[in-house]
Design a protein around this ligand. Structure first.
Ligand SMILES: [Zn+2]
Length: 141
């Protein structure tokens, strides 16, 4: 198992990855995140870019024991022990899977308010990859 993404592909998706840019269908108003070429609601192909708030709540989560995550995460896992991954319901509707950060495993619960932050994911090909992780949103509760 690997979450490998080539450098050009990573660079091309950086707006979506780091700024949570979704596509708003100009025909029917549906929100697509990740952005897609064709609207799932009406088949439209024209979208305006809309930045999501990054705020949401934990739909569900899992904690991956050491050795269970892709090799890129070995270094982080050796420092933090377990690797928590959640499915987050964003305030605007879309649902995404991301790593959870700075939350004690015992404090994880369904419905926990979270917000997106940009964090270092791992080094690959000598380049530090950044991505979105979610931390507890203390202002929400
Ligand atoms: Zn549409």
């Amino acid at each position: 198992m690997s979450s490998y993404i080539s450098l050009p592909l990573f660079a091309a998706s950086i707006g979506q990855r780091l700024r949570l840019e979704a596509g708003r269908c100009t025909a029917c108003g549906a929100l697509e995140y990740p952005q897609r070429p064709v609207c799932r609601s009406c088949g439209g192909r024209t979208f305006s870019v809309e930045r999501l708030s990054g705020r949401g709540s934990l739909h569900t989560y899992t904690v991956i024991a050491p050795g269970g995550a892709p090799a890129e995460f070995d270094r982080e896992q050796s420092m933090t022990g377990a690797l928590a991954v959640g499915i987050v319901d964003l305030a605007e509707g879309p649902r995404l899977t991301a790593q959870l950060a700075d939350i004690e495993t015992a404090d994880l619960r369904i419905g926990l308010p979270v917000r997106a932050v940009v964090r270092r994911l791992y080094d690959q090909e000598g380049v530090v990859r950044y991505g979105t992780k979610f931390v507890r949103d203390d202002e929400a509760s």
